[in-house]
Write a protein that binds this ligand. Structure first.
Ligand SMILES: NC(=O)c1ccc[n+]([C@@H]2O[C@H](COP(=O)([O-])OP(=O)(O)OC[C@H]3O[C@@H](n4cnc5c(N)ncnc54)[C@H](OP(=O)(O)O)[C@@H]3O)[C@@H](O)[C@H]2O)c1
Length: 334
């Protein structure tokens, strides 16, 4: 049978939960009897049932009606069922217990705790397993989850607002407003798409930003990370949410790698030129988003980058650009 269209549906269904499943990957599952869909399920909320379990539970009401038992059904699952007994128990064992005998998997899980182990449990229990249906799409959908496990650190995006002449701010004033309201709204979505937001001491003191994702849909708010060596009080807006990590060391490599063990797959850096350039020099930027306004700050403004503001020096290639009100949003990747 051609399982691609069902896998595509599972991938599409899963996408609805990308803001509530994170930092977990989104996963969709479908149970089929021949060409008919009996039930479907997704991983809807971090810490709650995985997709396969929801699909199995949703099918149960139809036992004895449209199917006799689970051995008649094929399970389509966009990501390898987990083997470990985490917050919700091992999905691979629950699939075996249900009596399902045929499983079609989109992609192998890149997490070393799971990778290949879920498949082994199924095969050891006489479940037939097919792997690699639309796996590239599953990886694309869970870009930072795959990146983290392959590179042993979270995916890092730097977001900056730049004047037309490549400046960040005026020194010694509290906040320089560069971009439009519409761009600022777009930034909220960029924040919502990350597991953590990181800034430096100077931005904290000069802008007093809250740096949460202010969006009109439910989401797991990003964790916040502050890098500072100085003392500070907790009245800054940044501390209004409880989930703040503070690092006193300036060693970015060490800080970022420490998040491999944490459940964070992506970090958005929102800071001034000092910290942003430190990230660039440490080769710790995977994506750079520039909101470029048509306002010029002139020679009093602080440059974003060295050497005549040459982003190209860091081997970034412009991947996309679009207009937002009077600004241009540019996305660069390595
Ligand atoms: N246009 C924009 O998109 C944008 C965005 C954010 C901020 N800004 C502006 O940028 C200005 C602040 O920028 P900034 O360049 O002076 O400071 P910054 O990059 O925001 O922060 C630098 C601070 O980060 C801490 N830090 C820890 N590890 C570091 C490392 N490895 N390298 C560099 N810094 C490290 C230090 O804090 P401690 O000194 O506390 O130890 C350092 O002073 C503000 O005026 C703000 O308005 C503009």
């Amino acid at each position: 049978m051609n399982y691609k269209k069902f896998m595509l549906q599972a991938i599409n269904d899963a996408d609805k939960y990308k803001y509530t499943a994170k930092p977990n990957p989104v996963v969709g599952a479908i149970l089929l009897k021949e060409e008919s869909i009996i039930s479907s399920g997704c991983h809807e909320q971090y810490g709650c049932n995985h997709a396969e379990i929801n699909a199995i539970e949703n099918a149960k009401k139809n036992i004895g009606k449209i199917f006799k038992d689970f051995s008649e059904l094929t399970l389509i699952c966009s990501l390898e069922p987990c083997s470990h007994v985490g917050k919700t128990g091992s999905c691979a064992h629950k699939i075996v217990e249900s009596g399902i005998k045929n499983v079609i998997i989109g992609s192998i899980d890149p997490n070393p705790k799971v990778s290949g182990k879920g498949i082994k449990i199924l095969k050891d229990n006489d479940v037939s397993v097919t792997i690699g249906i639309l796996d590239e799409l599953v990886e694309q959908q869970n870009k930072s989850f795959f990146f983290k496990h392959r590179n042993k650190r979270p995916y890092i995006t730097v977001k900056i607002a730049s004047s037309k002449d490549g400046k960040s701010h005026y020194p010694n004033i509290s906040q320089t407003d560069i971009t439009s309201k519409e761009s600022k709204k777009d930034v909220q979505i960029v924040r919502a798409n990350h597991d953590a937001i990181l800034t430096g001491g100077n931005t904290l003191r000069s802008d007093n930003p809250r740096m949460n994702a202010r969006v009109h849909f439910s989401l797991n708010q990003p964790k916040k990370i502050l890098l500072t060596n100085k003392s500070f009080d907790l009245t800054y807006n940044f501390f209004k949410d409880n989930n703040v990590d503070i690092h006193k060391t300036k060693n970015l490599d060490k800080i970022i790698k420490s998040y491999y063990r944490d459940e964070i797959t992506s970090i958005l850096v929102e800071a001034g030129p000092k910290l942003v350039n430190s990230f660039l020099k440490a080769n710790l930027v995977d994506e750079l988003i520039v909101y470029r306004s048509n306002i010029e700050l002139g020679s009093d403004g602080v440059d974003w980058f060295e050497d005549n503001n040459a982003i190209e020096k860091y081997d970034f290639k412009l991947e996309s650009s679009c207009r937002i009100d009077n600004d241009i949003k540019e996305t660069y990747k390595k």
